[in-house]
Design a protein around this ligand. Structure first.
Ligand SMILES: [Zn+2]
Length: 332
């Protein structure tokens, strides 16, 4: 007799019965143990996979300076499991003069100083977040220091414009918690913006001031060059010996023109252009599209000599091809 042909009073009695808890059999116990082991193994594998690549902190003055290392960062984060964070010291609002084309895009009179200084910090936060998504930035730390004006003088920036103790404390905290292998800065040449110089000086000082018991990341100075232009020698920024470069010339490079894809017609300049395109309010930055072929890095003298092998290993790895050959039957 099936359940549904059982007389109603008996059916109710059956439904009211409390379920009998059965002792798990040996098979059930074994399956449960195997399932737990699988979950633990999966967790450990995922954790290990997430942490196999290099950890990099970029320290820049403005929310578009990271374009100098965009292709390096993209390949590291997308193909080699790297983690890259960015510290941007200012909001970049002093660049309002070049926002002409962004005015219609954002429907704001951004070239007017009052309007530009009011709205550009928020706009440039969003633009940088969009650019960071393209190159795979993990976290962006906005230190919200005032971008007052263009200057070549790092003293003007460090002595009166920025809250230097606050920036130093934040850099110390980020470096201590981040366990970075590398720190990227812009090379502080004499002709570069005083903000770039100041951000680099503060990054170098923060690494140098880490306690001896804390592993020190290797600090590199980045620049971009066309292949047909000579490398630029740089020794140190006068009055700031901490900026001394060990070899005067860049020692490591990432070639944005590495080709891949169907008929090898693509290269990493596409990614750099995408990244630059996100910075619509930056104006002249857009003219940097397709301009640089090589992202090059100098080795600062504050780094330990043994860091050279680690830096070389990183850039050797980034030079390897990661996209497979793409071919289609019957099509050359
Ligand atoms: Zn800048």
């Amino acid at each position: 007799m099936c359940f549904f042909h059982t007389p109603l009073p008996k059916m109710i009695a059956i439904l009211k019965q409390k379920p009998v808890l059965q002792r798990p059999s040996m098979i059930q116990k074994t399956l449960t143990r195997l399932a737990l082991q699988f979950i633990v193994a999966l967790f450990l594998t995922t954790a290990a996979t997430a942490q196999t690549g290099s950890r990099v902190l970029i320290v820049d003055a403005h929310p578009d300076d990271e374009t100098a290392y965009a292709a390096t960062v993209y390949k590291l984060t997308h193909d080699f499991n790297g983690l890259v964070d960015l510290v941007v010291v200012t909001n970049g609002e002093a660049g309002f003069k070049y926002s002409t084309l962004a005015e219609k895009y954002y429907n704001l009179k951004l070239t007017d100083e009052t309007v530009g200084r009011k709205y550009l910090p928020g706009i440039r936060h969003k633009e940088l977040e969009a650019a960071g998504k393209i190159i795979g930035l993990h976290h962006i730390f906005f230190l919200d220091q005032r971008d007052n004006r263009y200057t070549l003088d790092p003293h003007e920036v460090l002595d009166s414009n920025w809250d230097v103790p606050k920036v130093k404390a934040k850099l110390k905290e980020i470096l201590t918690e981040g366990h970075y292998d590398f720190v990227f800065t812009l090379v502080p040449t004499d002709s570069t913006h005083g903000h770039h110089k100041a951000a680099t000086i503060l990054a170098l000082t923060a690494v140098n001031d880490l306690p001896a018991s804390t592993p020190h990341p290797i600090v590199l100075a980045g620049t971009v060059r066309k292949k047909d232009a000579p490398q630029v020698a740089f020794h140190a920024l006068s009055e700031f010996p901490i900026t001394q470069i060990a070899d005067s010339l860049p020692q490591y490079q990432f070639d944005r023109t590495q080709s891949f894809g169907f008929r090898h017609n693509l290269n990493y300049k596409v990614i750099v252009n995408w990244e630059i395109a996100e910075h619509k309010s930056q104006g002249t930055m857009q003219l940097g599209m397709n301009q640089g072929d090589l992202e090059e890095f100098y080795y600062y003298s504050i780094n330990a000599p043994e860091g050279r092998a680690k830096a070389k290993a990183l850039f050797d790895k980034l030079a390897t091809k990661t996209y497979p050959e793409l071919t289609y039957p019957g099509i050359k």
